[in-house]
Design a protein around this ligand. Structure first.
Ligand code: PSU
Ligand code: MN
Length: 307
């Protein structure tokens, strides 16, 4: 029985019922990850790309306390315009927002949860949350990592920003049994750049291989997701020194101002944007498009395997 708080958009429901490919998309990236109107333009364009690649997009959010798998253009526009005033909803926020009947922008963790409830297996985003620098003292570790350990959704991202401690993030994922795949690379991409200095668990060169790995994981009865890391296209990648200097500055400023808890990631993202001007936003948008294409291709392959 489907969750009584869940609304699946008719187009998404039809695709799922017929075993056609569907790709989930998150909404924190819309409300907290990019400024208006680029956030709305990007969200709509990502949906278009997924359609062109033969899958049905399902942008996920909480609207008026309803868990939504598939949003209308009006709902996407509303989330984009409302921006930071929408509650950023991670796992611990979900029951409260539903109980109160209010809105929430879903992070990677809650997008995975709602995707799984709806029966969606593949999810495309920009970057995931992870183990923050200094987490050995602050214990700031994103709930996204626990969700990857528990919830059966493949997440396609461009790696993680080095606002995180990438080495500790990989260690955490290993402990939790989350496989980290590199699409066409042995090296974990670092969001704005194609390289991080850290290795992925396995390199895979086709969407078919990626889909098969996830299909077999499920067939083995193993719980949890899988992380597919897709390097930003060369022509949009940033100069490592430029971006790393901006990140260092942002992290130092967050520490100075005593930013903590759920505010940390949005604060750092906004600071980096401010320091680098528009260039990091352009890269950010392009890597999301790139991830949408790979996620759609993987969803198409997974649908064939699931027949
Ligand atoms: N990292 C990014 N861009 C983002 C996020 C993370 O490069 O937009 C968002 C995602 O929604 C992610 C969330 O799930 O931030 C993680 O927040 P926290 O670190 O508070 O768990
Ligand atoms: Mn955190």
């Amino acid at each position: 029985m489907l969750n009584k708080y869940l609304d699946i958009a008719p187009e998404v429901k039809a695709a799922l019922d017929e075993g056609r490919p569907v790709v989930a998309l998150e909404s924190t990236i819309i409300s907290h990850g990019m400024p208006y109107p680029q956030n709305v333009e990007t969200a709509l364009k990502v949906e278009e790309i997924i359609r062109e690649c033969g899958a049905v997009p399902a942008t996920i959010a909480i609207i008026g306390g309803r868990l939504k798998a598939g949003l209308s253009h009006e709902e996407i526009d509303y989330l984009g315009k409302t921006g930071l005033a929408v509650t950023k909803a991670s796992r611990r926020d979900l029951p409260i927002l539903v109980a109160k009947g209010v809105d929430g922008a879903t992070t990677v963790a809650t997008t995975m949860m709602i995707a799984a409830m709806a029966g969606i297996s593949v999810f495309a985003t920009g970057g995931i949350g992870g183990v923050h620098r200094g987490a050995e003292v602050t214990m700031d570790i994103s709930a996204d990592l626990e969700e990857l350990a528990e919830t059966p959704v493949m997440v396609v991202c461009a790696g993680a920003k080095s606002i995180l401690d990438l080495g500790l993030t990989l260690e955490y994922l290993e402990t939790k049994g989350v496989t980290v795949l590199g699409y066409g690379t042995e090296e974990l991409p670092a969001f704005y750049t194609r390289k991080s200095g850290f290795g992925v668990d396995y390199r895979m060169d086709t969407a078919e291989e990626i889909a098969k790995a996830f299909h077999v994981k499920r067939a083995l009865g193993l719980r949890g997701g899988m992380l597919v890391t897709n390097p930003i296209p060369e022509e949009y990648s940033m100069d490592a020194d430029v971006i790393n200097t901006a990140i260092e500055k942002a992290v130092a400023e967050a520490e100075e101002q005593g930013i903590h808890g759920k505010a940390t990631t949005p604060f750092l993202l906004a600071k980096i944007k401010e320091i680098t001007g528009g260039s990091s936003l352009d890269s950010n948008i392009q890597l999301v498009f790139n991830n949408a294409r790979l996620a759609a291709a993987a969803a198409v392959e997974l649908a064939k395997l699931s027949k």
